[in-house]
Design a protein around this ligand. Structure first.
Ligand SMILES: *Cc1c(COP(=O)(O)O)cnc(C)c1O
Length: 378
């Protein structure tokens, strides 16, 4: 047990520990990087081609296209789906802002629907009233590692002729009624930001789909719209998953299921340790879902005070996310106000993400919960 200069910090439990994961598989990762360096081919080469095949297979989809980030996966998916300036795209307000940036950069207008109070994901019952004659697409976000209730959303989308693009950036390996996240809608978008369940050592992203036409379109878009060298069929971008990251991700993909199981075990332990505490609400796994606990988010009325207390005790926590997107300065032009999405707004004031990652020790988890209990007794 360490003490800091103020003397009251009894432990140091960080929110994440990417170094610990690297050290576990250091030799394999280093070998993969060396293989790429020695080959001398760094963009759109064989590592990416093989990783795309492996990841498509993992997601039970026919195609996977590596891109520069999760944001770009969403952006290029929307462009590939033919979203045009002025079209409306519906998502949720309690997501990472990049979900919405992608909609903006496709030229479309983001529209929101509130969330289901139990799962924190899009409430299908509120979806239909947000659809207008301009709506073209829906982006359900599989928040914290749990899939949105997709069947009712797919039904509504079908009835209105809308395309469904999954934001699976927090849900690598999660299941919905036995189906892999990303394979349920027309397209699925993943981020390989280092702290995600499957993380690169840098930025990266992937679009998965079983629609050949859309796959081909994303492939063109990510590489300047180029059909063959210096022949540009459409206007495109530069957004590619590089060879070094692809080689690293190939190593890590082999461990993803085991790491997700560890996350699930740890979530179970938190649940067990927290279960009889008054006022702390732990996550629920929906009957249709296999949750992969990218985050372990509890709800508590005195969230800010609890967070300050835990910080003082050396337990790092985060808030995902403190300001719903419709209340962000950058999205004031959309015409939403405080009160537009009561559930998401209420939860933004109560949610707290506790440390959860495969390398987190049970001992540290017990410490986290002991400190929460100490706070509750004050
Ligand atoms: C991480 C994340 C993104 C963005 O991914 P980047 O790779 O950082 O661009 C988008 N949506 C959600 C839900 C995310 O968690």
């Amino acid at each position: 047990m360490e003490k800091n200069i103020t003397g009251n910090r009894t432990k140091n439990i960080p929110f994440g520990d990417l170094r610990a994961q690297y050290l576990q598989i250091q030799q394999e990762v280093d070998d993969a990087v060396q293989r790429v360096l020695k080959r001398g081919w760094y963009i759109l080469g064989e590592e990416l081609a093989v990783f795309e095949k492996e990841f498509a297979e993992y997601c039970e989809s026919l195609y996977a296209i590596g891109v520069g980030s999760g944001t770009e996966a969403l952006h290029l998916s929307l462009v590939a789906a033919g979203i045009n300036p002025g079209d409306e795209v519906i998502t949720v307000p309690n997501t990472a802002v990049p979900t919405v940036s992608a909609i903006s950069f496709a030229g479309a207008v983001p529209r929101f629907v509130d969330i289901d109070p139990n799962t924190y994901t899009m409430d299908p019952q509120k979806l239909e009233s947000a659809i207008t004659s301009k709506t073209k697409a829906i982006i359900p976000v599989h928040l914290y590692g749990q899939c949105t209730d997709m069947d009712p959303i797919l039904d509504i989308a079908k009835r209105h002729g809308l395309i469904v693009i999954e934001d699976a950036c927090q849900a690598h390996g999660a299941l919905y009624k036995g189906k892999k996240a990303g394979s349920i809608g027309e397209m699925g978008c993943f981020s390989f930001y280092p702290s995600k369940n499957l993380g690169a050592l840098g930025d990266g992203g992937m679009v998965v789909t079983s629609n050949l036409e859309l796959a081909e379109k994303v492939k063109l878009l990510r590489n300047y719209g180029q059909i063959k060298r210096y022949h540009h069929k459409i206007k495109g971008y530069n957004s590619r998953l590089d060879e070094i990251q692809a080689a690293i991700l190939r190593v890590k993909l082999k461990y993803l299921d085991a790491w997700n199981e560890l996350r699930r075990n740890k979530a179970g332990l938190y649940d067990f340790l927290i279960k009889d505490m008054d006022g702390i609400i732990t996550p629920t796994e929906a009957i249709y879902a296999k949750h992969v606990y990218h985050l372990f988010v509890v709800r508590y009325v005195q969230r800010d005070k609890l967070q300050t207390f835990l910080t003082e005790k050396g337990v790092e926590t985060l808030i995902h996310y403190p300001i719903p997107v419709h209340l962000q300065e950058s999205y004031q032009g959309l015409g939403y106000t405080k009160g537009s999405f009561p559930v998401a707004e209420d939860y933004a004031n109560k949610i707290l993400s506790l440390p959860i990652y495969p390398e987190l020790s049970d001992r540290d988890m017990v410490c986290v919960v002991e400190e929460i209990k100490a706070f509750a007794k004050l």
